[in-house]
Design a binder for this molecule. Sequence first.
Ligand SMILES: N[C@@H](CCC(=O)N[C@@H](CS)C(=O)NCC(=O)O)C(=O)O
Length: 265
Amino acid sequence: MRKPPIFCSGVKAMNRTLYQFPLSHYCEKARWMLDFKDLDYSVKNLFPAAHRLMTKLRANSDTVPLLNDGKEWIGDSTEIAFYLDAKYLLRPLLPSDPVLRSQVVRIENIADKAGVHVRRWIYGEILDNPEVMDVMLNDYAYAKPFKKYLAPLMRKGIMQLYQVTPEKTAISLEKMLEAVHLLEQMLQNNGGRYFVGNNLSLADISVASLFAPILSVPDTPWESIQTRTELLQKVYDDLLERPFGQWIMRVYAEERHAKGNWHGD
Ligand SMILES: N[C@@H](CCC(=O)N[C@@H](CS)C(=O)NCC(=O)O)C(=O)O
């Protein structure tokens, strides 16, 4: 019998945990990166606010995703991407060619910044929908029975933390649409299939996952968010009419291959 190639054995070794919030689009980005690299991992949910005890201690970070890989702890989705590529050479997230690599880094950066505006704006539109609190709290077995009491606290906390105010959400909508316009041009300049070169890269994963909440993309945590304000419906419809929105739907349908693990444990 042929032995498996030596490099595959470490890749499947299961001592890897992604700490997350189910509804976070930066966590979706991290799950996609791990899935793309075909790495096994388990997904553990941290409870919002209390999560900082863990993220601060382990990675000196305030946010999830947080990855534990053997003895390594990595906070921040960009750091996770660089770490994974340096440690696991198969299926690179970033090309080795310096020009293409810097394009990927630039696009990832634009997407990461836009992700903050996507989040603030969409919370402004959906935070009162009961299904949002379902996705946010149902996966915490110990918290679910207290959902009625926790939901208003959670809403208030999100509004404060992400500065969800009418003034700021209006600016975020503008910034988000500017990013859509810029990214769409970059995508089309490269032929419309991938952002850089001829393969899926960190650029595509970042853009698709950080904009996915707006489109309630199937098989993502945002799938169940189907109640839309008039404005959200308009942005949703406009995006789906544009190459940018169609690209997100296509790349998810054809390239995401999600493991259905976003609920976490
Ligand atoms: N730059 C970070 C952003 C991650 C981020 O903003 N995570 C949010 C969830 S979407 C978070 O942990 N928020 C909780 C907090 O700030 O306390 C990354 O790319 O990982």
